[in-house]
Design a protein around this ligand. Structure first.
Ligand SMILES: Nc1ncnc2c1ncn2[C@@H]1O[C@H](COP(=O)(O)OP(=O)(O)OP(=O)(O)O)[C@@H](O)[C@H]1O
Ligand SMILES: C[C@@](O)(CCO)CC(=O)[O-]
Ligand SMILES: [Mg+2]
Length: 384
């Protein structure tokens, strides 16, 4: 039997970075998924990992994994547990032995997260594991969270911690307490990749839809507004862990100024959630709300620039969309990656096409995605 789990990426509508420091963010899932498939093996004693998006394959014998992790006693745990620094060093040994290419070393933390979640949830069972994603990796659309959520979901589905009806056909959902467990394990994986994640990305990937998130607490937001965003990938590589660490360093250098900026960002997130929950009584009301969101995005972007997470490529997208009287802001950690441009309901397809073409002339790639769909899902295939 093969178990497959898929988890969506996300956009942060308001409040990235501020949320790491206990201020509110508003985020939504998007209909682009990361998919993990796991097939337990009985023919040999290896754990094989195929990372299709980054073109890397790994194979460890269960004996070797046991040997390297032996100082932990048994890593199995029915409750989500953090990976210690000492264990990360041991996991790095397992990865180094497979001669990880120097040019892709930034991606190694995802493999550590894999090994930690795998051995913690499933123990030392041989299997073939494959991951592929519709999300750009490391571009602000929550690829790390979708990776950790879909992996945790597939592993838990094979473990004794969760009792699912394996005879179900097609995609099915976890119940609330199972989804909570998936989310907690995924957060442990995110910690290995991000250093200090707020938990917003794994929560929105697990539960889907639109959420508000503050100090580790998620609130569901009932969005009543048709939201359309153009997502532009600047293709400038960046690393969430480094950007989050830079913001924290700036906060410790300028605590009062940073506190004011983060408070302002929180006010923007709160207003975002109020606006999208309100029911538009007519077109006039809808355009007035869209205009408010446009201004909130402009302000949020200005504040993100002030905390040091914008980038020349992001500013380029802002200037270009401004020519079409459209507002944009970075989404996720910034420093490159993806930028959101709000597409109001009245805008014509022709204008969008022209904007996309102009953005394309800089080497950027723009696309739209469905906003606010389901969270993590699981499916079982008995044919293999
Ligand atoms: N499909 C994938 N295959 C392998 N590794 C992945 C995949 N998706 C994510 N990762 C891991 O996640 C890391 C990227 O995470 P990072 O948090 O920097 O970016 P992001 O999650 O895309 O953006 P943000 O956190 O701003 O939303 C990669 O370096 C890799 O370790
Ligand atoms: C930059 C950040 O706020 C969002 C990344 O999508 C980090 C986090 O919340 O963990
Ligand atoms: Mg991430």
């Amino acid at each position: 039997m093969e178990v497959t789990a898929r988890a969506p990426g996300k956009i942060i509508l308001a409040g990235e970075h501020a949320v790491v420091h206990g201020y509110t963010a508003v985020a939504s899932s998007i209909d682009l998924y990361t998919v993990f498939s796991i097939r337990l093996r009985s023919d040999d004693d290896t754990v094989k990992l195929k990372l299709n998006d980054i073109g890397l394959d790994f194979s460890w014998s269960v004996r070797r994994i046991k040997e390297v992790l032996s100082h932990l006693g048994s890593p199995f745990s029915s409750t989500p547990t953090s990976c210690s620094l000492e264990t990360i060093k041991s996991l790095a040994t397992l990865v180094d032995e497979q001669s990880f290419p120097e040019t892709k070393i930034g991606l190694a933390s995802g493999v550590y997260a894999f090994l930690w979640l795998y051995t913690s949830i499933l123990g030392f069972k041989p299997a073939t594991v494959t991951v592929s994603s519709e999300l750009p990796v490391g571009a602000g659309l929550g690829s790390s969270a979708a990776y950790c959520v879909s992996l945790s979901a597939a592993l838990l589905a094979l473990s004794d911690s969760v009792k699912l009806d394996v005879s179900q056909k097609g995609w099915s959902m976890f119940n609330e307490s199972e989804a909570e467990l998936v989310n907690k394990w995924a957060f442990e994986g995110e910690k290995i990749i991000h250093g200090k994640p707020s938990g917003v990305d794994n929560s929105v990937s697990t539960f889907g839809n639109v959420i508000k998130f503050k100090s580790g607490v998620m609130t569901r937001v009932n969005s009543n507004m048709p939201l359309r965003m153009l997502i532009t990938n600047t293709k400038v590589g960046r690393d969430t862990k480094a950007l989050v660490a830079n913001v924290s360093a700036r906060k410790s250098r300028h605590p009062d100024a940073m506190c004011s900026v983060l408070n302002a960002i929180e006010a923007i997130s709160d207003e975002w959630s109020t606006i999208i929950q309100s029911h538009a009584v007519d077109d006039l009301y809808l355009s007035a709300n869209e205009e408010k969101l446009r201004e909130l995005m402009e302000m949020n972007q200005g504040l993100l620039l002030s905390i040091g997470v914008s980038h020349a490529s992001i500013e380029n997208v802002l200037q270009t969309s401004m020519k079409y009287k459209l507002a944009s802001k970075l989404t996720g950690a910034g420093g490159g990656g993806c930028v959101l441009t709000l597409l109001p309901t009245h805008i014509s397809g022709e204008v969008i096409d022209k904007l996309v073409e102009e953005l394309g002339s800089f080497g950027f790639q723009s696309f739209t995605a469905g906003i606010g769909g389901k969270g993590v899902q699981i499916s079982f295939d008995h044919s293999s």
